[in-house]
Write a protein that binds this ligand. Structure first.
Ligand code: ADP
Length: 476
């Protein structure tokens, strides 16, 4: 059994969770510790005890450790990518790309550790100076989902450590292997004991224990809307700082003047790559009437040609859905869309050479924005195609959602591109690019029901992972 890392020790657990590949249920990736609330108590005590020394380390020391983690991820990207593809189901290329991204994030925050800055000002009072500096928030609990099992733990852990916090990471129960490798790499890189703790296990046990723990100062969560909302209320009870990244129902607008091939490839990639299991996936394709039929013909043809199969096969473009319950939920949404009057193309469960959770990507043609299938996040390879009369209607439909993570427009007209960037109610806006696929050195996050709290990634990560102190000094 793979163990939890608590206070520098690899702790066994009474029970284990089976980690099986969604691409081939006979492939047992491994047995992983099912942690308890006592494990969280131990990890929180260790993280609290380790905090003063870690917060006082020189930035160089923190930068060196983070840099070594980045280098190790880079050196082991093939092996980790393969493990990630087995446990999560995304294609080898995507899984390796995600591992490289995790490496880049650690390297970026190695640099940021050296660049923590503040402000020095003259006071309004004579002979008094004021300075504003950033200090660590304290012990942070990081709760992560299964869809990016190494990149999301990396983009929370790296800034947390760079800014001098100590960490308890709880990865999703479906994908503990990638997080476990990350913990091994951190331990090998010389992270002092108690500074980084890994507690694997169930959300209802380990996750809840983290959220309610009095020694944990801040929680960063990425996951589903209902869990995120409950978690925010619970965290507020303990006056914890909290940051949530949740769902999306991201619109991609295609105008009549779009380059058809750019639009189709952006929609295809945004809607179906990573099996549509991205909070930034394009799930509403909002297409102007003049290009609608040509767009539908071409995207249907391209979707049909996608190679769906075992992620370890290098020709595979789309891997399986992550689990049986997720596939069943996707299939129910396909039925919902059909019952609501959409014309469904694809969407059926597929058999394969191995027993896994394969699904053909689905397009819901002639959809309306008021259908359930256009309003609720499906989190699978399913996209509604909604026909609109003009740009203004496209913008209104794009914004008519409770979510606001990412949005996009395909157009060759600068005026429309600019107007869309200004009027979109999303945290991230793409022009002639898929709604999914972001850089790591700029903020990531949304508005409305998608996100809560400060942005993640890039220099903006400091807003969440540090606490500002204002110090006054009288010269005497
Ligand atoms: P998904 O539907 O994508 O699995 P979840 O929100 O259920 O999203 O899970 C995201 C993360 O939140 C996982 O690590 C999961 O274990 C954790 N989690 C689930 N329920 C709770 C909870 N009640 N409290 C804290 N964390 C939880």
């Amino acid at each position: 059994m793979k163990r939890n890392l608590v206070d520098g020790e690899w702790l066994p657990a009474a029970d284990a969770l089976e980690n099986r590949s969604p691409a081939d249920v006979s492939d047992l990736v491994g047995l992983y510790a099912r942690g308890s609330s006592e494990d969280v108590d131990r990890a929180a005590a260790a993280a609290r005890a380790a905090l003063p020394d870690w917060a006082a380390t020189s930035p160089q020391q923190r930068a060196d450790i983070l840099d070594r983690v980045g280098a190790a991820l880079l050196a082991r990207a093939d092996e980790i990518g393969r493990l990630l593809a087995r446990e999560e189901g995304k294609s080898l290329a995507e899984a390796k790309g995600e591992t490289l991204r995790a490496a880049q994030i650690f390297r970026f925050f190695a640099g940021e550790a050296l660049r923590v800055s503040g402000d020095a000002l003259a006071s309004v009072r004579p002979d008094v100076s004021v300075d504003v500096s950033r200090e660590p928030v304290g012990v942070v609990g990081l709760i992560t989902p299964w869809n990016f099992p190494i990149a999301i733990p990396a983009w929370k852990t790296a800034p947390a450590l760079a800014y001098g916090n100590t960490v308890i990471l709880k990865p999703a129960e479906q994908t503990p292997a990638s997080a476990h490798v990350l913990a091994e790499i951190l331990a090998d890189a010389g992270i002092p004991k108690g500074v980084f703790n890994l507690v694997m296990g169930q959300g209802s046990v380990v996750g809840e224990a983290i959220v309610g723990h009095p020694s944990i100062d801040a929680i960063s969560f990425t996951g589903s809307v209902p869990v995120g909302r409950r978690l925010a209320v619970e965290a507020a009870r303990g006056l914890k700082k909290v940051q949530l990244e949740m769902g999306g129902k991201n619109p991609m607008v295609v105008l009549n003047d779009a380059d058809l091939e750019i639009a189709v490839q952006a929609c295809l990639s945004g809607a179906f790559f990573s099996t549509g299991q991205r909070c930034t996936a394009s799930s509403r394709l909002i297409v102007e009437a003049g290009i609608h039929d040509a767009f539908v013909d071409r995207i249907s043809e391209c979707a049909d040609a996608l190679c769906i199969g075992n992620p370890l096969d290098p020709t595979t473009q789309i891997g399986p859905v992550v689990s049986r319950p997720q596939l069943d939920s996707n299939l129910r949404y396909v039925d919902v869309a059909r019952d609501e009057g959409a014309e469904v193309v694809g969407g059926e469960e597929l058999g394969g050479a191995t027993e896994g959770f394969y699904q053909r990507p689905a397009l819901f043609l002639n959809a309306r924005n008021d259908m359930r299938s256009s309003r609720e996040e499906i989190f699978g390879p399913c996209a509604s195609v909604i026909k609109v009369g003009d740009f203004d209607e496209a913008v209104a439909v794009a914004n008519d959602t409770e979510f606001g993570l990412s949005s996009g427009i395909c157009t060759s007209n600068l005026k429309f591109a600019r107007a869309f960037r200004q009027s979109s109610e999303a945290g991230m806006v793409m022009v002639n690019l898929p709604t999914a696929g972001v850089d790591y050195h700029v903020p990531f996050g949304g508005r409305k029901g998608s996100s809560y709290g400060q942005r993640e990634q890039g220099r903006y990560a400091a807003e969440f992972y540090t606490s500002v102190k204002t110090a006054y000094e009288f010269a005497g």
